[in-house]
Design a binder for this molecule. Structure first.
Ligand SMILES: [Zn+2]
Ligand SMILES: [Zn+2]
Length: 352
């Protein structure tokens, strides 16, 4: 069987090619792609601004935010999956058997790590079909759309960052979320659901408005007035008990050391690799800060799906997809994701 699949050959060189769909192995499933989200990191790789996309190893198929339907199941995978299951999958693929995996460390530490949609050995969902090991696949509820499935990976990053990775946010906390993009909004929905007072910070009007619809109690424009004063006013002078940085912006990162409460739990999620950011490091001591980096997630797919399903009627997941394109208009979709970053919260590719 032949299928149309996109390959990133190098910066700004994304080609849709007709290729033979590989035969599946016993532990794999064949998925017919239903929807694929374009992530900020896909754009960075496309523009040649990120070392994450490994086209230096060979052309690869991007797409790590996806939902689809199983159309063929390998003999071993048939224990857990069947044809017709609606599914999504993990991005970082740990082998599970190397010494680091057996140590229980993060998937990103795996000595044989693959990353779906970033490397030739783990093709992503910018294509009509994809082959993936059952180990990394999760069923989604039948009443979800494929685009909802494509949100699971993004949501898991925000959820893990604000709760799973030591955040453990609850109704006694004040949460400050820096950045109202897809990951920041996911963290916002988790914070709001926990009952915490939820403050979202973003310089863009449209993102602050969206945050109010997805659970923020109050939004702050950091570019206006005295930011620190505003945060202290909103937190009775204490700062945030749980602060997560989802923007990757240097000023936002540095501000964490001023806005976190004493013994605050601080999570770094936004991309900032490859540069040094000056911060007042002494405050980690005097404020007994607990700082954790969130590089992906660990064992978070299943519970993310349960969480999203529980809040499914409370938040409008469909409205998060501000732009839709058919896969045949992939280049047009990429163009919007690249040039309309501010208004395009999520560009979603749909398949026939
Ligand atoms: Zn992503
Ligand atoms: Zn491993």
């Amino acid at each position: 069987m032949k299928a149309k699949v996109a390959f990133l050959h190098g910066p700004k060189d994304l080609r849709v090619e007709e290729v033979e769909v590989p035969k599946i192995k016993p532990d794999q499933v064949l998925v017919k792609t239903g929807a694929t989200g374009i992530c900020g990191s896909d754009v960075e790789c496309y523009e040649g601004e990120s070392a994450e996309g490994r086209y230096d190893l060979g052309p690869y198929t991007p797409g790590h935010e996806w939902g689809g339907e199983i159309v063929e199941v390998g003999a071993d995978a048939a224990r857990n999956f069947k044809v017709g299951n609606k599914v999504t999958g993990d991005c970082v693929m740990a082998c599970g058997v190397c010494p680091t995996c057996k140590d229980g460390r993060m998937p990103s530490a795996c000595e044989n790590m693959r990353e779906i949609g970033f490397r030739p050995d783990s093709p992503g969902a910018f294509g009509e079909y994809m082959v993936v090991e059952e180990q990394y696949v999760h069923k989604i509820p039948d009443h979800w759309t494929y685009a909802d499935g494509a949100w699971v990976e993004t949501f898991s990053i925000g959820y893990f960052g604000i709760w799973g990775n030591g955040g453990h946010i609850d109704a006694s906390d004040i949460a400050i979320i820096l950045g109202g993009g897809p990951v920041g909004l996911s963290a916002t929905m988790v914070a709001a659901t926990s009952g915490a007072k939820t403050i979202v910070v973003d310089p863009l009007n449209i993102r602050r408005d969206t945050a109010m619809k997805y659970g923020a109690d109050v939004v702050v424009d950091p570019s206006e007035g005295n930011f620190l004063e505003k945060i202290m006013d909103l937190t009775n002078g204490h700062g945030g008990d749980v602060c997560v940085e989802c923007s990757g912006n240097d000023t936002a990162i540095a501000s964490l050391f001023d806005i976190a409460a004493h013994s605050g739990r601080v999570g770094l999620i936004g991309h900032s690799i490859g540069r040094k950011v000056p911060v007042e490091i002494g405050k980690t001591i005097w404020h007994t800060m607990n700082i954790r980096g969130s590089g992906g997630t660990k064992d978070f797919g299943q519970r993310t799906i349960r969480f999203m399903d529980r809040i499914y009627d409370k938040f409008d997941f469909a409205a998060l997809n501000t732009h839709h394109f058919n896969f045949k208009d992939l280049h047009e979709a990429m163009d919007v994701a690249i040039h309309k970053k501010n208004e395009a919260l999520k560009v979603m590719l749909n398949f026939d």
